[in-house]
Design a protein around this ligand. Structure first.
Ligand SMILES: O=c1ccn([C@@H]2O[C@H](COP(=O)(O)O)[C@@H](O)[C@H]2O)c(=O)[nH]1
Length: 312
């Protein structure tokens, strides 16, 4: 994660994972019915075993996993212990771990969430965490700052994949850019953060000047957005061309497979943001079962790569 004395920014690590292993991200969502199908107990031991099997199948086939924290939280402290083991195994296997925890609060508490999920040496250390901006994007600034210095990422909910979100996320909000949707305001503020973080790095540099970011390595910012693949981003006034200006805002895109979105529509949904989009699948790949899982992951990864080439 270090180049000389410079911490490799999350956006660079994400871009490297894309180059080496493609854009598919495997969700680790041990639903009760999946535990039953996998012949695992509905317990902390069961979700631990489920998570470790997914990590084994994903390692080498894809570059990114997204454990859904809720399914581990169900089992209290034992579930958290299981989650720690899954994170450790995934990170040891070289996978980028996005903790789907969806945290958010006033700034002082948000900062503690950031330290819990992103600080080096924390028991729950991941590479990135999902967060909500209902207390304002500014309330997440301490987490963004930590992510920038620690080489970590944050994905902020903007236009989520579920149908119930539409009314709230298309509600009108007034920001510095004038009137926009709530989702658009979140998107624009995250993009503005990425631009300002990059300007600061370029102005002040890092300790190791031989490892300064070049336009290529710094193409992706470190703070991203959750944008559902089931949505039409123009309904929210989200301008993908604007968000893709360097440093482009990365996207975590759930909604494929079980929720109905197709790999063939990645480019039509995400437009200019496509090269920085993490394509997340959980149930549609986990349904393959433990024996066929690696094969199913590889197949979906190939299908995604082919769909991206075909739509280029
Ligand atoms: O807008 C959102 C944000 C997060 N999610 C999460 O992604 C996965 C999707 O699972 P599938 O089985 O592929 O549908 C799950 O963990 C959600 O909590 C989302 O779906 N939409």
């Amino acid at each position: 994660m270090m180049v000389g004395t410079r911490v490799t920014p999350f956006g660079e690590r994400l871009a490297e994972a894309f180059r080496e292993r493609g854009q598919l991200c495997v969700g680790i969502d041990p639903h009760d019915y999946l535990l039953r199908e996998w012949n695992l107990p509905l317990s902390a031991a069961g979700v631990r075993e489920f998570g470790l099997r997914v990590v084994n199948a994903a390692a080498g086939a894809v570059g990114i996993v997204k454990p859904q924290v809720a399914f581990f939280e169900l089992f209290g402290s034992a579930g958290y212990s299981a989650l720690e083991d899954v994170f450790s195994a995934a990170r040891a296997a070289g996978l980028i771990v996005i903790a789907d925890a969806k945290r958010g609060d006033i700034g002082t508490s948000a900062e503690a969430y950031g330290r819990a999920w992103l600080q080096a040496g924390s028991p729950l250390e991941a590479d990135a965490v999902t967060m909500t901006a209902y207390a304002g994007v500014g309330s997440l600034q301490p987490v963004f700052d930590l992510a920038e210095t620690a080489g970590k990422g944050v994905f902020v909910l903007s236009a989520t994949s579920n149908p119930e979100s539409f009314q709230l996320q298309t509600a009108r909000a007034s920001g510095t850019d004038g009137d926009s949707s709530v989702a658009g305001l979140v998107a624009n503020e995250v993009s503005a953060h990425n631009a300002s973080a990059r300007a600061q790095v370029l102005a002040h540099g890092s300790a190791d000047t031989s490892a300064e970011p070049t336009p290529d390595t710094a193409a992706l910012g470190n703070i991203g957005l959750v944008l559902g693949a089931t949505k039409n981003l123009s309904d929210y006034g989200i301008d993908t061309a604007r968000l893709a200006l360097v440093p482009a805002t990365p996207v975590l895109a759930p909604g494929f497979g079980f929720q109905g979105a197709l790999f063939s529509s990645v480019r039509s949904v995400f437009g200019h943001l496509t090269p920085g989009t993490v394509v997340a699948v959980s149930r549609s790949v986990l349904a393959a079962g433990p024996k066929q899982l690696e094969q199913s992951i590889r197949q979906q990864s190939d299908e995604l790569a082919e769909a991206l080439v075909a739509s280029a």
